[in-house]
Design a protein around this ligand. Structure first.
Ligand SMILES: [Cu+2]
Length: 139
């Protein structure tokens, strides 16, 4: 009985992971999405769906209106926070590597503080040139 329950839980988890993976790539949970031009949507995601102060890995996915990942060529993302009071404006650029799935990029960033950031995304490649700005609060 316990074995059956454990197996069913594992099966459910596997199916859910597959359903949320955007066609096989493991992108974790969505943090936030936004329109990125050329009928594409850009989505940042991470293992737990949360952006945090400090060093972290995340995934940036570009998808068409059917949800299929789309290769956009070279990608850049700068986390920008405007100046507030005595605090100067902050720019924390992310770095990316491609993954096995075209259109899904593995990102790393070191955010220097919690609070509201503007994820300034640009891309240039087979889908054309485009950009997106997605506001995300880091915990
Ligand atoms: Cu700041």
């Amino acid at each position: 009985m316990l074995k059956t329950v454990a197996f069913l839980s594992l099966l459910t988890f596997t199916l859910l992971s597959f359903a949320c993976g955007g066609g096989g790539a493991s992108t974790g949970k969505a943090i936030k999405s936004g329109p990125a031009g050329n009928n594409l949507t850009a989505t940042l995601s991470s293992a737990d769906g949360v952006l945090r102060n400090g060093k972290q890995n995340f995934t940036l996915t570009f998808a068409d209106q059917s949800g299929k990942a789309v290769d956009v060529g070279s990608v850049a993302l700068n986390f920008f926070m405007p100046a507030m009071g005595s605090m100067a404006a902050m720019n924390n650029p992310a770095s990316f590597t491609t993954t096995d799935t075209p259109g899904v990029y593995a990102g790393k960033v070191d955010l220097e503080m919690a609070g509201e950031w503007q994820a300034q995304i640009t891309y240039d490649g087979p889908a054309g040139k485009g950009k997106a700005t997605i506001t995300i609060t880091a915990q």
